[in-house]
Design a protein around this ligand. Structure first.
Ligand code: GLA
Length: 736
């Protein structure tokens, strides 16, 4: 009944708009979420403009008049607030679309045709706006998908070539936005290997600030397609108007933030046009990746909670489901293991109390055994010396020990010292006439080639066919694309500029096949450092590896930064031997995400082992809140010697609060002030208990005291972190 009304209403709106266009009427299209509105409007010539981005108005009809309130002088360089800026006519500012038409003409103009709004499901609306070039038969459809409660918008563009022959898309952005505030602060997250996700905030000045990758894969060696835009001064956690988002694309990206001569901001995001000119044959449609963002009037805290909640409910594979705690052997053995060693590790995993053992790199390759990282990659057969009885035997042995079994692969890559390279040189991305250049002694396979896609799918399919009880895959990707050149594209007379784009599309298509056949098994995205923590890949993966840097103080910062964009259920955090912090500190930090271990468990002291065993039991008791609850960043490590984060259960009956002393300057006293909680029920009464206590230590927190939620949120609680208590985990329980 309800949907019937919607359909009629949609048809009515649609007809009204087509009629409006014929009679030269202004068409106003609001794209609304719970708190925000993006409003587009046509002019007399049927061009489409962004006329408003801000707080939602009570009456949608009021949006009609917003454009009249702005009197920006027309810029010399043309169109500033176009909804999708074409190039080659009178626009001289950064375009969203640049096309060479079938006849070689480089000009494009876009006029409004019609729009449609559909309610896809409760909370989800999709708006499609059709634009067309009045001279050339090029159609551009702008998509705006909104999740009302989460204030999330996903934008992408579909470009259809209805001309007689090929057109070339030189630039084809996903989204083109326009903001008319006065001051803009941009936080980008850049980095290096082991230094992923480092934030840097700047006030934008006139001109273009670009954030881009040309690395092909593994962008996080350099940067990320994530951003925070703040309008009321530098971004704050609990106040201010911010937009926080990501371009969901796993290859080369470009985010351009352009302050115009009017001090307005144009934001254009999409696939990096660098070496990406795309030939689109007649009758074909190109779908761009999505720009995904959320809007908040209450700072980055609310923005992150909206995005995290959206990701769990609507985006990440099994985002509301369960995950497996694990013991990984990478740092315990590196490449040096055999069956008896692994069997002993299965027992260690069981005695620790984790769910699974994860076998890392080094299990494959015979002609070129994978005994270090310079050989064997690509030859996915068990190494008969190390594993004479094969993976199947290990899965059974692990089961006998009482844990599940997972395995590492890096299926998109190849070592030149491998049988795969010898047999299929044409599958390797390399310039045939030039010396090869390696990253970590390896090269990248050409996923634009359907045969390579079959090969990569086959690696996973073979593992699961032979070992149906395999519980987990760690999918690594350690090299960037040097010497970008595809023998497959060459043979098929497809321009080489398709490689970067078709590589990523090829990867997605392999993953679609894997998920069609194996829809639920947990898979971790790994890329040395994060590099691939993006919302397109997370449709197929349950989690990601944030960094090889597992030093726990660095991890506090890293996890803090990832949490702006990703829910903790997706963030794999392993306890390792990196750094000088005690095991309690390391376990507490890793317990803020999906917990794992990568240590030599049988070398732990008795107390350390007891502590870990108890901490894993505690984690099992509160992981539901860390994974599915609401996260509040309480004290920033960037502003304080302490860092504090809490996770609150949906019904507010329970919370877990983690606090760390990460800086031990004499002048700074971490116990001076309490830390205010957030997200509790002011009217409820709570008791607070310290957990994860190291054997032999006594808590300084009075577990009998009763606090109101009001008190805890306004006055706060002092976790009493100090030089002797550098890491404190508090369980906050409603008194019923
Ligand atoms: C990458 C990963 C590590 C490990 C190694 C194996 O560096 O990030 O966790 O899997 O590869 O070679």
């Amino acid at each position: 009944m309800k949907s019937g009304i919607h359909i009629k209403l949609n048809i009515f709106i649609f007809l009204l708009l087509v009629f409006g266009k014929i009679s030269g009427q202004t068409i106003t299209i609001p794209i609304e979420t719970k708190d925000n509105a993006l409003v587009l409007q046509t002019d007399k010539e049927n061009r489409l403009w962004i006329v408003y981005f801000g707080n939602k108005l009570v009456n949608a009809s009021d949006y009609l008049g917003t454009s009249q309130q702005y009197h920006f002088p027309e810029g010399n360089s043309g169109i500033y607030n176009n909804a999708y800026t074409p190039a080659g006519t009178w626009n001289l500012s950064e375009p969203a679309l640049q096309v060479t038409h079938a006849d070689g003409n480089p000009s494009t103009e876009l006029k409004y045709m019609s729009f449609q709004k559909k309610n896809e499901a409760e909370n989800i609306t999709i708006t499609i706006i059709k634009l067309v070039d009045p001279v050339y038969k090029l159609n551009v459809d702008l998509y705006y998908k909104t999740w009302n409660n989460e204030n999330v918008i996903e934008q992408w563009t579909e470009i259809t070539n209805n001309e007689k022959s090929d057109v070339v898309l030189n630039k084809y952005a996903s989204a083109n936005l326009f903001f008319s505030n006065k001051n803009f602060y941009l936080t980008s997250f850049q980095g290096e290997y082991l230094k992923e996700m480092q934030p840097s905030e700047e006030k934008l000045g006139q001109g273009i600030k670009s954030n881009e990758s040309k690395l092909g894969t593994r962008a996080m060696l350099l940067g990320t397609p994530n951003f925070i835009l703040s309008f009321d001064g530098p971004a704050k956690e609990n106040t201010g108007h911010v937009i926080l988002g990501q371009l969901a694309w796993s290859g080369n990206y470009k985010l351009d933030f352009e302050i115009t001569s009017n001090k307005t901001l144009r934001f254009i995001a999409g696939i990096n046009p660098y070496e990406s000119a795309y030939t689109l044959s007649a009758g074909r449609t190109f779908k761009t990746p999505s720009l995904i963002y959320t809007v908040s009037n209450n700072g980055t805290g609310q923005a992150s909670r909206q995005l995290q909640s959206w990701a769990r409910k609507y985006r990440v594979l099994n985002g509301e489901g369960e995950r497996l705690t694990l013991l990984n052997n990478w740092e315990a053995t590196y490449f040096d293991f055999d069956e008896p060693k692994l069997s002993a590790l299965f027992k260690n995993a069981k005695s620790l109390g984790v769910d699974m053992f994860l076998l890392d790199d080094g299990w494959f390759g015979n002609k070129y055994p994978r005994n270090n990282d310079d050989a064997g990659l690509g030859d996915w057969q068990e190494n008969v010396k190390k594993l004479p009885h094969g993976i199947g035997y290990l899965v059974k042995e692990a089961k006998t020990a009482g844990v599940k079994f997972g395995i590492w692969i890096e299926p998109e890559m190849v070592n030149p010292k491998s049988e795969l390279y010898e047999k299929h040189l044409d599958w390797v991305i390399r310039q045939p006439e030039r010396p090869e250049k390696y990253y970590r002694n390896q090269l990248v396979l050409d996923l634009s080639n359907p045969e390579v896609q079959d090969f990569v799918f086959g690696i996973v399919d073979d593992l699961f066919t032979k070992n149906p009880e395999l519980a987990f895959i760690k999918w690594d990707c350690n090299a960037v694309i040097y010497n970008a050149y595809s023998e497959y594209l060459n043979k098929n007379k497809i321009p080489q500029t398709h490689l970067y784009v078709d590589y990523v599309k090829g990867l997605y298509s392999v993953l679609q096949r894997i998920r069609a056949k194996y829809p639920t098994v947990s898979m971790m995205l790994c890329s040395g450092g994060g590099g691939r923590a993006d919302y397109e890949l997370l449709k197929y993966f349950t989690e990601f590896w944030p960094s090889d840097d597992t030093e726990p103080i660095e991890r506090i910062f890293l996890q803090w930064n990832y949490s702006y964009f990703f829910p903790s259920i997706t963030t794999d955090c392993h306890v390792t031997d990196w750094g000088k912090q005690p095991v309690k500190f390391r376990v507490d930090v890793a317990s803020m995400g999906k917990l794992g271990f990568d240590i030599v468990a049988n070398k732990l002291s008795k107390d350390d082992l007891n502590f870990c065993q108890d901490a894993i039991k505690n984690y099992d008791s509160f992981k539901d809140i860390v994974w599915h609850g609401t996260q509040y960043r309480l004290a920033s490590p960037y502003e304080n010697p302490v860092a504090s984060i809490a996770y609150v259960a949906e019904d507010k009956s329970k919370a877990i609060m983690f606090t760390y002393l990460h800086s031990t300057r004499f002048m700074e006293n971490a116990t001076e002030r309490p830390i205010q909680l957030n997200g509790l029920d002011a009217a409820k009464k709570y008791k607070i208990k310290e957990i994860n206590l190291y054997p032999g230590t006594v808590s300084s927190i009075n577990s009998n005291q009763v606090y109101s939620g009001d008190f805890l949120m306004k006055v706060g609680i002092n976790p009493d972190v100090n030089g002797k208590r550098t890491s404190v985990v508090l369980e906050i329980n409603e008194l019923k």
